[in-house]
Design a protein around this ligand. Sequence first.
Ligand code: NAI
Ligand code: MG
Length: 362
Amino acid sequence: TARTLLLLPGDGIGPEAMAEVRKIIAYMNAERGAGFETDEGLVGGSAYDAHGAAISEGDMKKALAADAVLFGAVGGPKWDAVPYEVRPEAGLLRLRKDLKLFANLRPAICYPALASASSLKPELVEGLDILIVRELTGGVYFGEPKEIIDLGNGQKRGIDTQVYDTYEIERIAGVAFELARTRQNRVCSMEKRNVMKSGVLWNQVVTETHKRSYSDVQLEHMLADAGGMQLVRAPKQFDVIVTDNLFGDMLSDVAAMLTGSLGMLPSASLGAPDAKGQRKALYEPVHGSAPDIAGKGIANPIAMIASFAMCLRYSFNMVADADNLEKAIAEVLDSGIRTGDIMAEGCRKVGTAEMGDAILAA
Ligand code: NAI
Ligand code: MG
């Protein structure tokens, strides 16, 4: 059976990074019979220029039909003044919403060759491999009421509401436990049950889900603020961290900085399994469109390539190929080849295409 991929390169360095993934897909089809069928679409500013929308209905249909979506990056100064509803980010938000991508996976991996470039002590991060599983469609970013009300005495009140229902916690916990089974089999759940009712419920539902279906996995609970401290103090203690939308947003950004450049960080967003057990999924680098370096052929394609490795692993269960691709990235870094953003003394500086070619060769 064919494996269908929709490529949405987007704006800025998105297309430059995606070009390197296209080479890998072509190689896997030609040399390894991978059977990928790819289609292409527009998203962000480039879609706005062509259709007046951040993603066209036709491309949304393609995204819903594909096994997986590979997304580059969107945005840039050219579109800073376009109307809010059609701003470039609206394309990504629409994809997340319509594909119902409730689980955001952010790995923080420290490649040995880059450990000394970390802002922390190298021994703290060398060999680091954590996976943060962030709930993406609920919590305080979406809960109602959400408003600013005028209290009439010269005072206003800003209101956001943290809301979580049992099913939302169950399904994100399920994703975390299942992923842990493919790793070191350990989950740390983070909330603030000491001060938040939604935290009390989170803790209960994760505990019950664990007891019911995943008791083989090691489960630990940590208050989210203490978790932030532990992430910086001793990050290697963690395997999978599962947490809500707000804490996950912050903790994953903290974890990201343990590992070095934005140009290295992949991510995945997964939906619920359908009748055939297939999850909708979107894979994208953490970085944006980097207008400051776009068009120069110097962007680091590793975040995009590592996002494709996640796609192989999570959408197609091509675990050996995903491992090989990640190993190739590590090898190329070991050999001293670097794009400008991760350049270090004694290394050889290359552009986007040369980095992609080196990884493919490895
Ligand atoms: P950014 O991630 O695009 O860039 C931040 C800095 O990191 C820049 O100096 C850039 O040159 C560097 N950088 C990022 N990725 C790199 C790579 N692969 N290789 C080498 N250097 C890299 O974030 P910024 O500058 O805040 O936003 C630029 C545009 O991207 C804005 O329009 C923003 O809205 C959009 N954006 C889009 C995202 C997405 O598509 N998911 C996420 C974040 C921002
Ligand atoms: Mg963030």
